[in-house]
Ligand binder design. Structure first.
Ligand SMILES: O=C(O)CCC(=O)C(=O)O
Ligand SMILES: [Fe+2]
Length: 463
């Protein structure tokens, strides 16, 4: 249902006006709840929508008051021409990885380049930009900026000339966070602005938790063994679970382990780099927690988890990732993954049609990194050529998204990733069937009793 516009509560904002931070945060939280309304989104492409959501989220997390520095009509051209050169708004960086820091130190800061990337997602490679939904149609940066700065906020309320380019946010001490230099947008008067202090970790986590998008209504009706059914039932796609910075850290970790694997610094079966003798053959895999055998191996082990083969244990960052998945309601606490397989796809690499082995319990999930690709589902998948697979359901996997496989989607439908157009990394997290846990496996303490995040209802409603 479309959101109804109402003239009540219309706000006139003039240059120099101060808007108290709590009001802005409250407005941003409200907008976050209706941001997916079709009327709100009219004219926005699917690339812009997550950016708008991310920006609203940033606003809902900022501390300090806001001053309108000029009006939207004047600045929309300025914004258009300067978008790629400078951040149009100085926003206090919300703490990332809110439950726990990816790094050992709470205060660990990102290098300025990655922070710029967070703030100016439109300027960055879409492959590492804000969480995205499907990626249909690509906007030029200027167009994205124009859309975000004017159209999204103007709508019927012409008087509410609220635009990113028009707002200056004081950061503590009047400094630009990114390089410590005084911000050109913050004048003397801004020093008088009272900073209500940072939001608590719990509120930050709840806000980010509420911004996660969850698609659970996949449909693919097929006749299977005489029964008509939805073979996609049980599939879920979650976006916005990992920030761009968190994704970058995960990619870094994968690259570090790939390097160690190449240098034979990992257990023998942790890292595997098959010989590629034709297109669609082979992709690098890194396994943690258990050794999964794809096909009968040299020692005649059947496919499945090998009982007497050890691989390296799950690194700290991947255990944190698992906790995030459970805390943020992507996987149930009854199914905390204790193993994972990283697939590194170079351009042209693929994964052929398969159903994941039942040595792993359901549900399980796959995190997509670096670039978007399609995954195909169906009770029968056609092999149309080397690395070319076709099926009745094609699901685009946005960068940073998590696909959960359960029910028919995991056990009736096969899935395959056709040859990818560009390098991609996926991490599949799975819990071993307790009867199949390999010899010598030590269960990590921090994966015991992982509790899902409790929704307090103070911030918004789950989607
Ligand atoms: O790379 C993907 O998205 C799928 C990976 C997969 O199907 C698997 O590891 O079993
Ligand atoms: Fe799979």
């Amino acid at each position: 249902m479309a959101v109804q516009n109402s003239d009540e509560g219309r706000i006139n904002v003039c240059e120099g006006d101060m808007i108290p931070g709590p009001k802005i945060r409250e407005a941003a939280k409200l907008l976050l709840q209706v941001v997916d309304d079709p009327e709100m989104l009219a004219g926005l492409c699917t690339h812009c929508t997550p950016i708008l959501r991310e920006r609203l989220l940033q606003l809902s997390l900022t501390s300090g008051d806001f001053r309108i520095v000029n009006n939207a009509k004047e600045t929309s051209t300025e914004a258009k021409s300067s978008v790629c050169k400078a951040s149009p708004v100085i926003v206090e960086k919300p703490k990332l990885w809110s439950e726990e820091s990816f790094s050992s130190s709470e205060e660990d800061e990102e290098p300025s380049s990655s922070r710029d990337c967070e703030e100016l997602a439109v300027e960055c490679d879409p492959a590492v930009s804000a969480p995205q939904n499907t990626h249909i149609g690509v906007c030029k940066p200027e167009i994205v900026q124009e859309t975000v700065t004017t159209r999204a906020f103007k709508t019927e309320k012409e008087n509410m000339q609220f635009a990113w380019a028009n707002v200056a946010l004081p950061s503590p001490g009047g400094k630009d966070d990114r390089n410590g230099a005084p911000s050109p947008r913050i004048g003397k008067e801004m020093k008088e602005v009272k900073d209500p202090g940072p939001l608590s970790r719990e509120i930050r986590e709840e806000l980010r938790f509420h911004a996660v998008r969850r698609k659970k209504d996949f449909q693919c009706i097929e006749w299977v063994r005489g029964t008509r059914m939805n073979v996609a039932a049980g599939l879920e796609l979650h976006t916005g679970v990992f920030s761009t910075v968190e994704q970058k850290r995960l990619v870094q970790l994968v690259e570090e382990f790939q390097e160690k694997g190449r240098n034979r610094l990992l257990r023998e079966r942790t890292y595997s780099e098959p010989r590629k003798w034709m297109r669609g053959k082979g992709r690098v895999t890194i396994q943690f927690g258990c050794c999964y055998n794809y096909a009968v191996d040299k020692k005649r082990n059947p496919p499945g988890i090998i009982y007497d083969e050890m691989v390296d244990p799950l690194p700290d960052l991947l255990r944190k990732t698992i906790r995030r998945l459970v805390r943020w309601h992507v996987l149930p606490p009854t199914c905390v993954p204790d193993s994972c397989i990283i697939n590194i796809y170079d351009e042209g690499d693929c994964i052929p049609p398969h159903i994941d082995h039942h040595d792993f319990v359901r549900p399980f999930c796959t995190l997509s990194l670096l670039s978007e690709c399609n995954i195909v589902f169906g009770s029968e998948l056609k092999i149309a050529g080397p690395g070319e697979f076709e099926g009745p359901l094609v699901v685009p996997l946005p960068v940073g998204s998590v696909l959960v496989l359960n029910g028919n989607g995991a056990d009736v439908a096969k899935h395959a990733v056709p040859a990818v157009p560009t390098k991609r990394i996926s991490i599949t997290f799975r819990k071993m069937d307790p009867k199949k846990v390999p010899k010598g496996y030590v269960h990590p303490k921090d994966l015991e009793n992982v509790a899902p995040f409790e929704v307090t209802g103070t911030v918004g409603h789950p989607r």
